[in-house]
Ligand binder design. Structure first.
Ligand code: ZN
Length: 410
């Protein structure tokens, strides 16, 4: 993607600021003469930053402003050790809300809507981002947080919620529960804003059909404001992102080389106006591509494709590389297979063995569907898993992120 003149100026500004601030980036940019950065190509020579780097700056080493300007911190999950702490100034908090309100608007949500927010509130950026964006837009927030399905449904009915914000797993769980109780005619939902998890077409269709609503994918990560830096539009043609706040590059995850528009690689983000914790060439580990050309919806904002997976999600089984998104695609293409699946990989007699559990659409012949699926998997991905078809609803559901791959080899 060609860097615009204004973006280049903003990036230069930001580089000067972080170099002076004396935190993490002044070390990272040590020895680099900023006046020698004259073009996009020069910028593309700057070092990347990674989540590991950010972790080393724990607790507040990322801060690029005086302490009194920081009004809030958020933290990304520390599943693998030290968490990353991101400090926000008042302007950062406001900029984030502006971007999030834009997301709601892109989804056709207005100040007349009632937005039921089920992502969690707390150190991480989920619930509070949905909330701030909702208030910025002027809609009514119903700040439920996760869990307590009975109460969720009660509030949804009594307050006539029109928008549901949720992870895809929780949206599915709610949709199934509403169908089971036969209360869909009491539900007023029109739209769903679904975030923080990659999900397949089949799951989307099921939530859409069970609830009778339009769905929008929201994108974001704690290190870069939080959810709300981009969203899909009514054409379902990728995710528009806000290029007046972010500069996005797609790079080869192995070599780090910047890839041309249209090619799949790792999303790398540079913030343009962030004050508390600016990021320069931050590697997200999310896989996508920039969709070339204009969106039929008419929005001038550029597009990323739906996130295809994580660079670190790649599975290698019997020497074959695959991403969960490919497994999902294969399942989507087989009639009689439902959206929910679970992959188990183990080492048996010195060999990899992959078992694929898939829920079966009610009434379909398990044996036939399983056979078809195994054959289709082989032709699309290049190896044959052991396919076990199970009943609808048999695999675990989660209120947060559903774990779909269990690798017992390590
Ligand atoms: Zn569009």
């Amino acid at each position: 993607m060609k860097m615009r003149e204004v973006q280049f100026r903003q990036i230069k500004n930001q580089l000067e600021r972080v170099q002076k601030a004396g935190g993490f980036y002044s070390k990272r940019l040590e020895g680099i003469q900023l006046e020698q950065i004259q073009s996009q190509e020069d910028f593309e020579q700057l070092p990347f930053s990674s989540k590991e780097d950010l972790r080393e700056a724990y607790p507040l080493g990322l801060s690029a402003v005086e302490e009194e300007k920081i009004v809030r911190i958020h933290s990304s999950s520390g599943t693998t050790g030290t968490p990353v702490i991101i400090p926000y100034t008042a302007k950062d908090v406001d900029d984030w809300a502006i971007q999030f309100a834009r997301c709601y608007e892109m989804a056709g949500i207005t100040d007349k809507d009632r937005i039921q927010i089920t992502p969690g509130y707390g150190l991480w950026t989920a619930g509070i981002g949905f909330q701030n964006g909702c208030e910025k837009l002027g809609a009514m927030a119903i700040p439920m947080g996760p869990g307590n399905t009975d109460k969720q449904i009660q509030m949804m009915i009594d307050l006539k919620s029109t928008v549901l914000c949720a992870t895809s797993s929780y949206a599915l769980l709610l949709a199934e529960e509403i169908a089971k109780r036969g209360i869909r005619d009491q539900i007023h939902l029109k739209k769903g804003v679904i975030g923080s998890e990659r999900w397949g077409e089949k799951m989307r269709r099921r939530i859409q059909e069970e609830l009778g609503i339009e769905l929008y994918d929201i994108y974001g990560l704690t290190e870069v404001y939080g959810p709300g830096i981009g969203i899909s539009c009514e054409k379902q043609n990728g995710i528009h992102y806000w290029d007046d706040y972010l500069y996005i590059e797609i790079v080869d995850p192995v070599t780090g080389k910047v890839l041309p528009d249209g090619e799949m690689g790792e999303i790398v983000i540079t913030t343009l106006v962030k004050e508390g914790a600016p990021l320069i060439r931050f590697r997200t580990h999310d896989l996508s591509r920039i969709i070339p050309g204009d969106c039929p919806c008419g929005s001038p904002f550029p597009r990323l494709d739906i996130i295809a997976g994580r660079t670190d999600d790649m599975l290698k089984v019997k020497g074959v590389n695959m991403f969960p998104s490919q497994i999902e695609e294969v399942i989507t293409e087989v009639d009689g297979a439902s959206s929910e699946y679970l992959v188990e990989i183990e080492h048996v007699d010195g060999k990899d063995q992959m078992t694929l559990f898939v829920e079966t659409v009610t009434g379909a012949d398990k044996e036939q569907v399983g056979k078809h699926l195994a054959g289709h998997f082989k032709s699309r991905i290049g190896m044959t898993p052991v396919v076990k078809m199970v009943d609808l609803g048999e695999l675990p559901r989660s209120e947060k992120k559903t774990k779909r791959v269990i690798d017992m080899r390590f």
